[in-house]
Design a binder for this molecule. Structure first.
Ligand code: TYM
Length: 332
């Protein structure tokens, strides 16, 4: 069975619709027929300042949301990154195989460091993608289900894995990004030229999955469209409407042409009202399930402990092989 591996940051509190449609939805599907590893990446989260109590809470909240979205611990391995020390250990080796210039070209680093300023930019933020390389290679992942914004990080993983393999002999599987064209990039509702993102979007531009349906409905109804009235999928001339169509299509299973037909002659108001209803209908049970998991932290923590045990078995084996290839003397 092909292996899949992916991760999500715990920092955002609630996941947003971009996280779900771009990545998590695929994680749920890929539990079928794949050996799947999914994690909450708390080590990555501390590359920017975090309040300890908040981080602890948002890490559990992230795990609860993943379960609520449909991850099933019987069918996948769900764990917290810091529970598996091999991530940090292999990252060191990968740091020593990655060029400084190569890492400097990562666009997410350039964006984030510009935002943090020279003083606020940590070395951890710079080596963030290299920790991600270790995440992926430890599990010998064949596929990495992510949104478009993570493509470059999967590409650098491939490059460094090939470098390791050619220098030390075949060790790592070369992973493929798994990015669905339709939902690779979900856009900000207020600024449909940029991706929906906790850091870049205004609050009105983001649909948070844990928000009250009323709040999300209001945001959807004030989503930026264009001065025409026709409901047509056209990312160049009608990015706002196209984004709404993408979201409605993915959540309902109706194809975009089907939706174009259904809304022919109707205004943007009808589309927005229906979308708000569909989002509320999806989010309501999601919120209830998330709340249930959060009300029982003991069960949640023991699920995560079991996940970490399973993950460590695989990670330790890969790390031992990599250490051996590099020339480290085995600890007796
Ligand atoms: P993160 O936490 O920023 O986002 C989680 C996932 O959501 C996707 N995503 C989107 N997809 C479509 N449209 C959007 N507007 C949108 N916003 C976010 C992201 O592409 C991602 O798949 N570095 C990663 C976490 C990570 C990881 C890994 C991923 C750490 N180690 C190993 C894969 C493999 C990140 O910060 O994702």
């Amino acid at each position: 069975r092909p292996r899949v591996l992916s991760g999500i940051q715990p920092t955002s509190g609630s996941f947003h619709l971009g996280n779900y449609l771009g990545a998590v939805r695929q994680w749920v599907d890929l539990q079928e027929g794949h050996d799947a590893f999914y994690m909450v990446v708390d080590l990555h989260a501390i590359t920017v300042p975090q309040d300890p109590a908040e981080l602890r809470k948002s890490t559990r909240l992230a795990a609860a949301q993943l379960l609520a979205a449909g991850l099933d611990p019987q069918r996948c391995t769900l764990f917290v990154q810091s529970h598996v020390p091999e991530h940090a250990q292999l990252a060191w080796v990968m740091n020593c195989l990655t060029g400084f210039g190569e890492a400097s070209r990562m666009t997410q680093f350039k964006d984030k460091s510009a935002k943090q300023g020279a003083e606020g930019t940590t070395v951890g933020l710079f080596t963030y993608p290299i920790l991600q390389i270790a995440d992926i290679l430890l599990y010998q992942a064949d596929r990495v289900p992510v949104g478009e914004d993570q493509r470059q990080h999967v590409e650098i993983t491939r490059d460094v894995a090939e470098r390791f393999n050619s220098r030390y002999g075949r060790t790592f599987t070369i992973p493929q990004p798994y990015i669905l064209k339709e939902t690779a990039k979900i856009y900000d509702l207020q600024e449909p030229s940029i991706k929906m993102s906790k850091s870049a979007s205004s609050p009105k531009g983001i649909i948070n999955l844990l928000d009250e349906p009323k709040v999300s409905a209001k945001k959807i109804k004030s989503a930026v469209t264009d001065t025409e009235t026709e409901i047509r999928f056209d990312v160049v001339d009608k990015p706002g409407v196209s984004n709404l169509l993408t979201i409605l299509s993915t959540l309902t299973g109706a194809s975009v042409p089907e939706l174009e037909n259904r809304y022919a002659g109707k205004g943007y108001g009808a589309l927005k009202t229906d979308l708000a209803e569909v989002v509320a209908g999806w989010a309501e049970p999601f919120r209830a399930r998330t709340r249930e998991y959060m009300e029982d932290p003991e069960t949640l923590d023991s699920l995560l402990a079991e996940g970490a045990d399973k993950a460590r078995t695989v990670a330790a084996e890969t790390l031992a092989e990599a250490y051996d290839k590099v020339g480290f003397v085995p600890a007796k």
